[in-house]
Design a protein around this ligand. Structure first.
Ligand code: X90
Length: 283
């Protein structure tokens, strides 16, 4: 059986580093528009060039979910496919992946596919991909992997610390709470992915108060006990390292990966943004 793990490019993980080598890992790109220029968020994206262009351009910018055809092409590479998308509450990526899943099942009735709306993004998707790869490599069959991954998903949490919400607001991704945050731009925001898959604000911190220490202390309240963590950063590696050190001080056994945000998460989390995914208590 050929196994595949398929994610959209809101998952920052470029290469699957865990599990056996014969799992196909495919990242289906979203598109990023800066005026007339279109950037494809795949492994060839030059992130620095993209951010330069983005911040020097004063007009309209945006993102677009992958097409069903792009999802289908990724599924077709394998016989047993696990698919993880960014939250359906903020993107059409899941809906598109679902259309492709129906096409896939019709075309290949003997194959297997499991599609999960992660209700989250970035680091949480990396944790899911890693766990899935490990389960497959341990020899678990499709249904067993599916069951374990669904249960594991309930234990994952996502926090973010952003210095700007401009692109999220401009693209209507925080419309429900836009009123609340409109007045607090310039203040660092600590938020989380809610259990419904929306952005939820936790704290606003001003000035010298350390939002990153708050981020680490809040992990306790979500049941973090020293398990896996993935930290992604948009051109802010020093802060990612700082957070990792703070976590290790409290939990020497923690297993932490740091990586830079891909195009999609860079666009929305913006320069300086930090996103943190971790294992905690079930929700
Ligand atoms: O379909 C599209 O065009 C993509 C839209 C994506 C919109 C939101 C991306 C947010 C990325 C921000 C911090 C983490 C938020 C977690 C929310 C559940 C990064």
């Amino acid at each position: 059986m050929k196994y595949g793990i398929v994610v959209d490019s809101s998952c920052d993980l470029k290469k699957l580093e865990w599990g056996c080598g014969d799992i196909d890992y495919t990242r289906v790109p979203l598109k990023l528009d800066v005026g007339e220029k279109e950037f494809v968020d795949d492994d060839t994206l030059d992130l620095d060039a993209f951010l330069e262009e983005l911040y020097s351009y004063k007009g309209k910018t945006g993102s677009a979910a992958p097409s069903p055809a792009a999802w289908l092409a990724a599924y077709e590479k394998s016989e047993c496919v696990f698919v993880f998308t960014i939250t359906s509450q903020l993107s059409g990526s899941y809906a598109s992946a679902q259309v492709a899943m129906r096409m896939f099942m019709e075309k290949y009735p003997e194959r297997k596919i499991f599609l999960l709306d992660t209700l989250s993004t970035g680091p949480e998707m990396t944790l899911l991909a890693r766990k899935t790869a490990e389960l497959i490599s341990d020899g678990a069959d499709f249904e067993t992997v599916r069951g374990h991954v669904s249960e594991y998903h309930r234990h994952l949490h996502l926090f973010f610390a952003l210095q700007s919400l401009e692109n999220l607001i401009k693209n209507g991704r925080v419309s429900r709470i836009a009123g609340n945050i409109a007045g607090i731009l310039g203040i660092k925001i600590l938020g989380c992915a809610s259990e419904h898959g929306t952005l939820e604000m936790m704290f606003k911190l001003r000035g010298r108060l350390n939002i990153y220490n708050k981020m680490v202390s809040e992990m306790d309240s979500r049941g973090y006990e020293g398990g896996r963590v993935v930290i992604t950063h948009c051109q802010n590696e020093s802060t990612a390292n700082y957070i990792a050190d703070e976590i290790r001080k409290k939990y020497p056994m923690s297993d932490i990966d740091i990586m830079s945000t891909g195009g999609l998460c860079s666009y929305y989390a913006e320069r300086g943004g930090i996103i943190l995914g971790f294992e905690g208590k079930a929700v």
